[in-house]
Structure formats: C-alpha cells, structure tokens
Design a protein around this ligand. Structure first.
Ligand SMILES: *Cc1c(COP(=O)(O)O)cnc(C)c1O
Length: 406
C-alpha cells in the first residue's frame, strides 16, 4: 500500500497567493469594468537588461556549435561565474570568500527550502514572524513540527520571533536556543533591515550558542543606507556560524530565468564536527545537475560594467515606486514602514481592520490588490504589504486612490 509522507499532510492546504488570486478573480467576474491595480506582486516587471540578453544570445550560439557546445555544467557552478561573485559581491565589500565556498543554483527558493536537509531531524528552528513561508513549510515537510496549536496555527518546534512596530520589525534574540535561525534582511515582507551592529549581535549569539544562521540576502541590491550590511560575512565571526543565500531574481530580474547561489564557508561546522560545505557539495552532487550554461553566462554579465549600470537603473526605478508609496501613504495618514532598502512597504491597516478585511476593502473601494500581512505569520495580522514592482503610472494612480479612501 502506498502511503503519503505524513509530514506533507501537516501543511495548511491552500497557499496565500492562490487565495488572493481566487478572491481577485471572483471580484473581477462580478465587476468586469473594475480597473484593478496589482501592488501585491513579489515579482519583477522590467525586462532583462540588454547586457544580460546579449550574453545569453552569445551563449545560445556557442551551444549550437560543436567546438563550444557544453553538456552538464559542473555541479557547483562554472568558475567564471563563481569568481565574478567572489570578486564583486564579497571582495569588493572587504569579505574574503573562496570560490569553492560558492554553490551556484537555480535560485534562492530551492536553496532556502533544501538547506535544512543538512541538519538533524530534531533540530529546532527559529524564524522571524512575519516570515517568508518557504522556511517554515520546508521544515514541516521534513518533520520538524512538534505539536500543533490550531488557535495560532503554530508548531512547537518552530520558534516564531515577533517583528512589529515596537521592536522596529527586528526580532529579539530567542530565550529558548534554536539550532537554526532564519534571517532575511532586507526583509520580505516588512522591508525592514538590520544595521551592522544589530546583525553582529546575532552572529555573536549564534557562535556562543552553536546555532547556524541561514541568512537570506535576496534583496541586498536594494540597500541604500550606509550602515546596512549587504552580506552577513561583513560581521566578525560570521564564517563559523552563517550560511548566506543569494538570488539574481530581484537583483537582476532573473525570476523567470532562474539563478542563485549559496555561500557555505569552509570554517563552518556542526557541533558534532561535520563540514557543512562538504555536506552541501555532496548533496548538490547527488540531487542537482547544475544551472544552465546560458543562464550562468547571463549571470556573469550582471557583473560587467554595463550589467551593473543597467541593473542599478532598474532597481532605482522600483525604488522610486517604493518612495511614491511610502511618502504618499504617509502624507495621507497611514502608518508605513519599509520601502527604503527594500521594494516592500509594510503598512498598518487603518481602523483596526484585520489584514483580510483591509484586503477586501481595498479591492472593493479602490480596486487595488495587495497582500494581507497575516498570510506571513501571526505577527503580520493588522498589517498589509504593498510592492514596488509596478509602473510609475499605475503606482501613482494606486496611491491617489488610497488617499481618497482613507
Ligand atoms: C524572491 C525571494 C527569494 C528568491 O527566490 P528565487 O528562487 O531566487 O527566485 C528568496 N528569498 C526571499 C525572501 C524572496 O522574497
């Protein structure tokens, strides 16, 4: 008899973004004339930069010629890309990362979901609340649950670290020491960041208590402020306690092209002495056959002078939207945060509405779609996420509408 992996059955059946899509479709079918503006999307909208497209075309041509054709990529990624990463993302920031500490993949979603495989089945994890759902769900799939509290929707083996206005959306060091700590800064969904001093405290805590930090830096290119670290390895001692996850998706528009990487320093060991770098290399070799050559060449082009200039321009475009939203809503009397070092604006729902009440209200009165904060965790209740990934024109129009309904 076949039986399902019972851990999968512990997950809630429906997914936040499919619930949203259903609600929007239902509204649209009754109100076909409604000109809906989508500020809920966590996906880039500008096309790939010309330098990237050019590199892809060149790589496609090479693949069609006998002399330059390539088969399987090396498991851990092509050296041309790994050395460009080591140089531009790390050395340029004073951080020494060797190329065999960089593992190329098809994106940070896979890596952030798979990395938990390296740790003992009974590991306890800590996540920020609100949270990028992949961190929790991938651990529930692996059986790290404990008991379920149906009132809160929480598992006892998953420590939720509340992030709210009172602590500036920065989690406090947990009293019960976890084994793994997921941190994502700049944060999705709140748009909050940690200063270097704040992140250093986490690194010190992890080293002292022998935890491993899984640091998701998918939004590092959106950082504008000086004292916000782009990499956790800018903090002293991070190489003995932290893994860093990176993505080309939001930084360079690769959401549909697929490319990311994970950094695991060779100094990083579990308490029982295993090299996490060696385990991940072994895991990659077994379960992964490498990101496409064409895409890795496209990734290399992100680091060229033109690629850097063009992707910077795209990020500036999104960040102008973030500013429009942040300042427009603030002047209209909304309580807003984020939006300075991230393409996300996190707002308090007005009049004590729940996140889903505000979702409906905004859809029905202003024809705007956003994301209910409660979908990211219990501390997201009463909050709402808007994103900067639309055009200036529609973003401006959405903010005008939100002013009139406040
Ligand atoms: C978008 C996003 C990623 C990137 O995922 P990819 O698989 O690389 O597209 C990773 N982490 C967070 C928090 C994100 O929002």
């Amino acid at each position: 008899m076949t039986r399902a992996n019972q851990n999968f059955l512990k997950l809630p059946g429906s997914y936040l973004f499919s619930n949203i899509a259903k609600k929007v479709a239902a509204y649209q079918s009754v109100h076909p004339e409604a000109d809906i503006i989508r500020l809920g999307i966590g996906d880039v909208t500008l096309p790939l930069a010309p330098a990237i497209v050019e590199a892809m075309h060149k790589a496609v041509s090479e693949m069609g010629v006998k002399e330059t054709f390539r088969g399987y990529a090396p498991d851990l990624g092509y050296e041309f890309l790994r050395s460009a990463i080591a140089e531009h993302d790390f050395k340029a920031r004073g951080v020494d990362i060797a190329i065999d500490e960089i593992f190329i993949s098809d994106g940070a979603k896979c890596d952030s979901g798979n990395i938990q495989e390296l740790f003992a089945a009974d590991s306890k994890i800590a996540v920020c609340d609100p949270v990028y759902p992949v961190y929790v769900d991938s651990n529930v799939m692996a059986g790290r649950t404990g008991s379920y509290d149906s009132a809160t929707g929480l598992w006892s083996d998953v420590i939720y670290m509340p992030c709210h206005a009172e602590n500036g959306f920065a989690p406090e060091l947990p009293e019960v020491v976890p084994d793994l700590i997921y941190l994502c800064f700049p944060n999705n969904p709140t748009g909050a960041t940690l200063t270097k001093e704040q992140l250093q405290k986490w690194v010190d805590y992890a080293n002292e208590h022998h935890c491993v930090i899984l640091f998701d830096a998918a939004y590092e290119a959106y950082i504008h402020e000086e004292n916000v670290p782009h990499s956790i390895y800018e903090c002293d001692g991070a190489k003995t306690c932290a893994i860093e996850l990176r993505s080309f998706s939001k930084n360079a528009g690769f959401t549909g092209t697929r490319l990311g990487f994970t950094v695991i320093p060779k100094e990083l060991h579990t308490e029982d002495g295993a090299s996490l770098n060696a385990l991940w290399a072994r895991r990659h070799g077994t379960k992964y056959n490498g990101a496409p050559y064409i895409v890795q060449r496209a990734g290399e082009a992100v680091y060229s002078a033109e690629g850097q200039a063009q992707t910077k321009e795209q990020i500036a475009y999104y960040m102008e939207n973030a500013k429009l939203i942040y300042e427009g809503l603030k002047s209209a009397g909304y309580t807003v945060s984020g939006g300075v070092n991230a393409p996300y604006i996190w707002l308090k729902t007005p009049d004590h509405m729940t996140s889903w009440e505000f979702f409906d209200y905004l859809l029905e009165t202003a024809h705007i779609v956003g994301t209910p904060g409660s979908g990211f965790g219990p501390s997201g209740e009463g909050y709402f996420r808007l994103t900067a990934f639309n055009t200036h024109e529609l973003t401006q129009e959405a903010i005008e509408r939100m002013k009139t309904i406040k």
